[in-house]
Design a protein around this ligand. Structure first.
Ligand SMILES: Cc1ncc(COP(=O)(O)O)c(C=O)c1O
Length: 298
């Protein structure tokens, strides 16, 4: 699955620091930390019917990531929300939109790793594009040789721009003819795929790996909450590939693609032996949530 270029995104305005600029002028300095060290944090958000979905949860995760990385002069949630709203209004966007929100440590006074060289505050980028959910009805996964970080290394709870591990896993998937690469944790349990969280349903129970070596995805969190609210049995546990291969249903979750069924993993078809309709039920509950909540574009 390869995303295409959407002509509607040719003329978009992008917010950088305190300015809205045309797509072709949307650039950061070569001294910016994101260029020098991938030293930035980010969020992917969606807009449904004039509302930014889960804005508060995304801002909380962004602020936590920036705090863990000791960013200085971080813009407040009010300033970031205002920048998002301004961008959406400038582009007349209110539905079918994906926002890539990036906060870098900012510009350095000279090249170097030391964050004390960053003396002019963070760089805030709001890139909103016309982009309905990107995945087809179902996708194939292949297991990558690249492990997902656990807290012993770079904690996966930080949503940072150092994405090379995940990019290598995606390259493995591309080479295997799959849509995304499964990343295992250091004990060989499934952590997540390179850009989405993973779930399986076994005999009516919805299961997902502990968030020890995966991004604690906001969609993942919502699915667990929806299951609990609607008495659908669910739990977080260590899950091996064997348990995914033999599950009745496997699906992935993320803001970019919402909930997507997985048809095959490493050449094994996922066979719904117990004819469960649980994924359809969860998808309906998620759809209702997107229709009934979110922060209005102010
Ligand atoms: C590695 C990874 N896993 C999972 C997700 C899904 O998270 P969310 O549901 O918050 O979009 C993302 C999204 O950015 C991601 O980068």
């Amino acid at each position: 699955m390869l995303q295409g270029f959407n002509e509607k995104n040719k003329e978009i305005f992008v917010f950088i620091n305190d300015k809205l600029v045309k797509r072709e002028d949307a650039k950061v300095s070569v001294f910016d930390s994101v260029v020098q060290g991938g030293d930035a944090v980010w969020e992917g958000l969606r807009v449904y019917d004039g509302r930014v979905f889960c804005l508060d949860r995304h801002l909380e995760r962004l602020q936590n990531s920036a705090h863990i990385l000791c960013f200085k002069d971080v813009p407040s949630n009010e300033i970031i929300s205002e920048a998002i709203f301004k961008t959406l209004k400038a582009n007349k966007m209110n539905d079918g939109v994906h926002i890539r929100l990036t906060l870098t440590r900012g510009e350095k006074i000279t090249s170097g790793m030391d964050p004390r060289l960053n003396q002019s505050g963070c760089t805030l980028i709001v890139l909103a594009e016309w982009k309905p959910p990107v995945y087809p009805d179902s996708i194939k996964l292949a297991t990558s040789t690249i492990r997902r970080n656990n807290p012993m290394f770079l904690d996966s709870k930080i949503h940072h721009n150092n994405l090379l591990n995940n990019i290598l896993a995606k390259i493995d998937a591309n080479n295997a003819g799959a849509d995304a690469g499964i990343m295992l944790d250091m004990n060989g349990f499934v952590a997540e795929a390179n850009g989405v969280n993973l779930f399986c349903i076994r005999k009516g129970e919805v299961l997902t790996p502990f968030a020890d070596a995966c991004l604690p995805g906001i969609t993942r969190e919502l699915i667990l909450e929806l299951c609990r609210e609607h008495n659908i049995p669910c739990k977080e546990k260590n899950l091996s590939l064997a348990e995914f291969y033999t599950a009745d249903v496997v699906f992935c979750t993320g803001t970019m693609g919402e909930l997507t069924k997985v048809s095959e993993i490493d050449g094994r078809k996922i066979i719904n032996k117990n004819s469960l309709g649980a994924l359809e039920q969860i998808k309906d509950l998620f759809r209702l949530k997107t229709q009934a909540s979110g922060t209005p574009i102010g």
